[in-house]
Design a protein around this ligand. Structure first.
Ligand code: FES
Ligand code: FES
Length: 174
């Protein structure tokens, strides 16, 4: 019998999953190698690129630095879980409209991160570039979006399109 096996029961994109995993398996590898959800990407495996970003209970996390065994009872949302059937999530649609990607490898992480940023803004979270942190505002400038998305690297240089896409969804402008 394999050693160090742990059982983890959690939700992934609304479906209950129970996995028996080596305790060292990170969420990213559990998704990709055990659940065949390959939308979450591995760009570095050390928390430096953001390609593996997913949502846990609605908050963005780096799945390469998250042990799957810590997620019992939690709700994980990956890029595969954002669309409703054929109906794209507004952030997905905006990324297409504004050319927020080229090769597409950073894109699932960018989009999950953007969904997290929008929720953080709604809750009034401040960032490093927030002028007066005593005043909470839910309105994001482009500079705020750039700062808050800076944990997601894009070597294709799609940043202008990414900011435009996030801003469109955030502001409700079309
Ligand atoms: S693969 Fe997780 S941050 Fe790069
Ligand atoms: S679209 Fe290629 S790395 Fe971002």
């Amino acid at each position: 019998k394999a050693q160090n096996v742990v059982k983890v029961a959690f939700q992934v994109n609304g479906a209950a999953q129970t996995l028996e995993l080596d305790s060292r398996v990170v969420l990213l590898d559990a998704l990709r190698e055990h659940l065949a959800l390959t939308g979450s990407k591995k760009g570095c495996d050390q928390g430096q690129c953001g390609a593996c970003t997913v949502l846990v209970d609605g908050q963005r996390v780096l799945s390469c630095l998250t042990l799957a065994a810590t997620l019992g009872g939690r709700e994980v949302t990956t890029i595969e879980g954002l669309a409703k059937g054929d109906q794209l999530h507004p952030v997905q649609a905006a990324f297409i409209k504004h050319d927020g990607f080229q090769c597409g490898y950073c894109t699932p992480g960018q989009i999950c991160s953007a969904v997290g940023v929008l929720a953080e803004a709604q809750r009034g979270h401040v960032s490093h570039v927030t002028g007066d942190v005593r005043k909470t505002t839910t309105r994001l400038t482009d500079d705020e979006i750039k700062e808050r998305m800076s944990g997601n690297i894009c070597r294709c240089g799609a940043y202008p399109g990414i900011v435009a896409a996030v801003q469109e969804v955030h502001s409700g402008r079309q």
